[in-house]
Design a protein around this ligand. Structure first.
Ligand code: F0G
Length: 363
């Protein structure tokens, strides 16, 4: 009997809402279906009556939300006969593209800013066997080069300017509505290249107006809140930034590609963009770990940092239902985590007395 793979990913789950027929060869590693974790301690710590949920996208197969868009982009690329894919990346897209290329049996080329991607992401991308091209420039330079090189080489772009990426990523909004049984009041996201805010908005629009999906929530949509690091904040400035800088290297982007669609999401939803210093991002990352047991990468915590700022000021009122997307796993960037940990491991002799003392001293 011929080997027929079982698919467990989001294309199969939401096939009727995605542009693939029954005969498509689906390239999947079991992405999507990530947990929506209600934060139990942080609302108490900040003394506010709010329901905050973390959509933990760090639990996708390569540890970030990119897998949602990569299953669809690579499925489409393969169906068109493509034998190689390419992306510019701050790290997560490259890891995801590399993994899905392996799964499909095609080649992946990734362009990354030299020395500016987190170690976990580089490790993954190398292990998946992608051809890694480090450039002496930033993500925006990489994006420009990718767009140029496709005119000179037979490669398919799998950055979020590829519309199939957005199709896959919109399913995160479907999952949230399915799980909550309603639409949240606010949806908070980190914004970099702005593909994800574009995708969520598309997903919310499609799903919440679908009479068949959830009659109770017809026509309700969340207010979209897009947050950036102060050193890389074209959306709050309203113009492109040439030398973006932030500890949250995933969103170290000054020339976002999905500019117009991100503004549309903000305006149509009645939302806003905001930014804050890196220290606030790291504080939020720490709070998630220390109070909730959820370890995300720095860029991901930008969503919670923004939500906390807006809850504190009352812009997001008490009684609200808020979803914060945590875009990537904390294990992606061990260096930043270790550097900011106040508690360092203590080393003692391997004998009972020393271990007992270490415990009793800390109680
Ligand atoms: N969070 C993480 C962890 C990311 O890796 C990215 C983007 C974003 C947020 C922002 O999402 O670009 O859709 O607005 N990372 C891309 C990459 C740029 O190459 O991995 P966006």
């Amino acid at each position: 009997m011929a080997f027929r793979p079982r698919y467990t990913g989001l294309i199969e789950r939401y096939q009727e809402r995605l542009p693939f027929g029954d005969d498509a060869r689906i390239i999947s590693i079991g992405e999507g279906n990530t947990p929506l974790i209600q934060l139990q301690n942080i609302p108490r710590v900040i003394g506010k009556e709010v329901e905050i949920y973390a959509k933990f996208e760090g639990l996708n197969p390569t540890g970030s939300f990119k897998d949602r868009g990569m299953t669809t982009a690579v499925t489409q690329a393969v169906s068109e006969g493509s034998e190689a894919i390419i992306c510019a990346s701050t790290g997560n897209t490259s890891a995801s593209a590399a993994a899905y290329a392996v799964r499909a049996g095609i080649k992946a080329f990734v362009i990354i800013p030299d020395g500016k991607i987190a170690q976990g992401k580089l490790a993954q991308t190398l292990m998946y066997g992608a051809k890694v091209i480090q450039i002496k420039g930033n993500f925006d330079d990489g994006m420009r080069l990718v767009k140029e090189v496709v005119d000179h080489a037979p490669v398919t772009i799998v950055n979020s300017i590829n519309p199939y990426r957005i199709e896959g990523q919109k399913t995160a909004a479907f999952e949230i509505i399915d799980e909550l049984g309603t639409v949240p009041d606010y949806h908070c996201l980190p914004v970099g290249n702005a593909g994800n805010i574009t995708a969520y908005w598309k997903g919310y629009q499609e799903y919440s107006t679908d009479q068949g999906a959830l009659k109770a929530v017809v026509n309700k949509r969340p207010i979209m809140c897009g947050y950036q690091a102060a050193g890389a904040t074209p959306f709050t400035l309203g113009y492109m930034v040439d030398e973006p800088e932030t500890v949250a290297t995933a969103i170290r982007i000054g020339h976002p590609q999905s500019w117009d669609s991100a503004w549309a999401a903000k305006e149509q939803s009645g939302g806003w963009f905001d930014c804050f210093e890196d220290v606030k991002i790291l504080e939020a990352q720490k709070m998630l770990s220390a109070y909730e047991g959820v370890f995300c990468e720095p860029a991901s915590a930008t969503s919670l940092a923004g939500a906390l700022k807006d809850i504190a000021s009352g812009k997001i009122p008490e009684g609200s239902k808020i979803v914060c997307t945590l875009t990537g796993n904390g294990l992606k960037d061990p260096d930043t985590a270790i550097a900011q940990s106040a508690i360092k491991p203590s080393t003692v002799d391997a004998e009972l007395g020393a271990v007992k003392k270490a415990i009793l001293d800390s109680l």
